[in-house]
Design a protein around this ligand. Structure first.
Ligand SMILES: Nc1ncnc2c1ncn2[C@@H]1O[C@H](COP(=O)(O)OP(=O)(O)OP(=O)(O)O)[C@@H](O)[C@H]1O
Length: 442
C-alpha cells in the first residue's frame, strides 16, 4: 500500500464543519475544548514494510481511553513512530484494525481521517511561506469554517499556547524561536478541535529548558482540553512526566508493559522495563506529582505602587522577616527584607532580591525542588497562567510531600505484591484441583 508522507502537519484536524467527528465524536463548537477525547483501539495492528524480513510492528493491540494521554516509549527502531502514524494512516497498516471512538477507521478516506486528528511533529512542520495565523487557520479553512470564526480561533489558540496574538499573528516561522515554533505547531494541531492528538517527539529538537516549559504547557493544556493524546518519545523522564499511562515498547512494538507511571516505577514488569526506568526511581517519582498536589502557602505581598510606609507597616504586622513585592500586573518582582527597607531611603529601585525562578501549579515537584534548592531562602513562588503571584512552596512542605508519596508507593507496591501472591496461590490451587479431578476421571 502507498505510504503518505504528509509531514506538513495538515493532519492537524477538526471535527467541525463536517458534522460528527470520526467515531461519532461530537461536533465541536467555537468554545475552547468543546470536543474532548475519543477512545482509540488498536487490534492486532501490523506493519510489514515491503522488502523487510520481519514486520516493523507486529500485531499490537491496545485500548486507550477517551481523554487519556498515553506515551509510547522504547528504544530507537522499536516501531513507536510506525505505530503512531498508523493511527492517522500516514502509514498504512498491513494488518489489523483501528477504531476511534468506536468507529472503524481502518478503511476510511485517510485525508478525511487526518483532518479529524491533530498531528504535531518534532520540526513543528510549519509552512515557511505562511504566517503564524495562516498556519494555525489552515485546517479550519480546509474544512470550511467561516472567516470570522477562523480569525477568532487563531487568537484563541495563540492565547492557549501562551503566545501574544498581537505580537505573533503576522510573523513567519523563521522569525520564531524553536520553542515558539513548537507552540505554534501545537496550536495548529489543536485549531480545528480534534478529539485525538498525535505527537511524534514534538519537543525533541528544543533545548532542555524550553522542553521543560513546553511539557508544562502541554500538561496545562490537557488539563483544560481532555483530548486523547498519543505521544511518542525515547525519553523515559518525559514519559513519566506527561503520561497518564506509558506503553513501554520493545522490538516490533511488542508491549513490554502498559501501565501508569507509578506502577512502572514501583513494579517494572521485567528486566527490559527496569533497564528503561534506570537509576534514581525516587527522584523520578517527583516528576509524577505536581505543585498543585501539595500545600501552597501564602506570604505577605505588596505592590510597587504601595507607599514605602505601607510596605513597612505590612511587613511589621505580618510577623515575618520578608515580604514579596509584586509588579503592576501582580507578578512577583522582588523579595524585600526588613534590612532592605531600612536601607531603601525612600526608593525601592535598588532594594531587595529579584525573584529569579518561579513555578506554575502544573510544574512537577522535581522542578519545584530544584527551584527551592537553588533559592537561598529555600522557597519558590508559584505563579498563575499570566505569571501572577498565587502562593509559595517551601522546602518543608516539599519534604513532607515526598515522604508521604514514597510511603504511599511502598504500601501500594506491598499490596500489589500481596495480591499477586494470592492470585498465584489461587491459580496453583485450581491447577492442583484440576489435575486431581483429571486423575479421578481417568
Ligand atoms: N519506510 C520504511 N521502509 C522500511 N523500513 C522502515 C521504514 N520506516 C521504518 N522502517 C523500519 O521500521 C522499524 C521501526 O521504525 P520506527 O521509525 O517506527 O521506529 P521508532 O521506534 O520510532 O524509532 P526512533 O525512536 O529511532 O524514531 C525500524 O527498524 C525501521 O528501520
Amino acid at each position: 500500500m502507498a505510504e503518505t508522507s504528509d509531514t506538513s502537519g495538515t493532519g492537524a484536524g477538526t471535527s467541525t464543519g463536517e458534522g460528527p467527528g470520526p467515531a461519532g465524536a461530537p461536533a465541536a463548537t467555537a468554545a475552547p475544548g468543546a470536543t474532548t477525547g475519543a477512545t482509540i483501539e488498536l487490534e492486532n495492528l501490523t506493519k510489514h514494510y515491503p522488502g523487510s524480513a520481519a514486520p516493523a510492528v507486529d500485531s499490537v493491540s491496545m485500548h486507550i481511553d477517551a481523554g487519556e494521554l498515553v506515551v509510547f516509549v522504547g528504544p530507537s527502531g522499536c516501531g513507536k513512530s510506525t505505530t503512531l502514524k498508523m493511527i492517522n494512516r500516514l502509514i498504512e497498516p498491513t494488518g489489523g484494525r483501528i477504531r476511534i471512538g468506536g468507529e472503524d477507521v481502518t478503511d476510511m478516506d485517510p485525508v478525511k481521517l487526518r483532518r479529524k486528528i491533530g498531528y504535531a511533529i518534532q520540526s513543528s512542520g510549519l509552512f515557511p511561506h505562511m504566517t503564524v495565523a495562516q498556519n494555525i487557520g489552515l485546517v479550519p479553512k480546509l474544512v470550511g469554517w467561516p472567516k470570522a470564526r477562523i480569525r477568532a480561533r487563531i487568537e484563541e489558540m495563540l492565547d492557549l499556547v501562551g503566545l501574544d496574538p498581537g505580537e505573533f499573528h503576522g510573523r513567519y516561522p523563521r522569525q520564531l524561536s524553536g520553542g515558539q515554533q513548537q507552540r505554534v505547531g501545537v496550536a495548529r494541531a489543536l485549531a480545528a478541535d480534534p478529539p485525538v492528538l498525535l505527537m511524534d517527539e514534538p519537543f525533541g529538537a528544543v533545548d532542555p529548558i524550553t522542553r521543560d516549559h513546553l511539557q508544562d504547557e502541554l500538561i496545562r493544556l490537557q488539563f483544560e482540553l481532555h483530548k486523547t493524546i498519543v505521544f511518542v518519545t525515547h525519553d523515559f523522564d518525559e514519559a513519566i512526566k506527561l503520561g497518564d499511562r506509558i506503553a513501554v515498547l520493545r522490538e516490533r512494538s511488542h508491549i513490554a508493559q502498559f501501565d501508569t507511571p507509578e506502577a512502572i516505577l514501583t513494579n517494572p514488569a521485567d528486566d527490559f522495563v527496569s533497564g528503561f526506568v534506570g537509576a534514581g526511581a525516587a527522584l523520578k517519582r517527583l516528576n509524577l506529582s505536581r505543585v498543585r498536589d501539595v500545600e501552597i502557602t501564602g506570604c505577605p505581598t505588596v505592590t510597587v505602587d504601595d507607599p514605602l510606609q505601607d510596605i513597612f507597616d505590612k511587613l511589621r504586622a505580618s510577623g515575618t522577616n520578608e515580604i514579596l513585592l509584586l509588579d503592576t500586573r501582580g507578578r512577583p518582582y522582588k523579595w524585600l527584607r526588613r534590612g532592605d527597607l531600612t536601607r531603601a531611603r525612600g526608593s525601592l529601585a535598588r532594594a531587595g532580591t529579584p525573584v529569579h525562578d518561579t513555578v506554575t501549579r502544573d510544574a512537577t515537584l522535581r522542578d519545584a525542588l530544584e527551584a527551592v534548592l537553588t533559592d537561598n531562602a529555600g522557597r519558590v513562588v508559584v505563579t498563575g497562567r499570566r505569571g501572577e503571584y498565587t502562593g509559595v512552596v517551601d522546602m518543608e512542605t516539599l519534604m513532607n510531600s515526598v515522604h508521604e508519596l514514597l510511603e504511599a508507593d511502598r504500601l501500594e507496591a506491598l499490596a500489589h505484591r500481596h495480591d499477586l501472591a494470592e492470585a498465584r496461590a489461587e491459580q496453583t490451587h485450581h491447577e492442583q484441583e484440576g489435575a486431581g479431578g483429571g486423575e479421578a476421571k481417568a
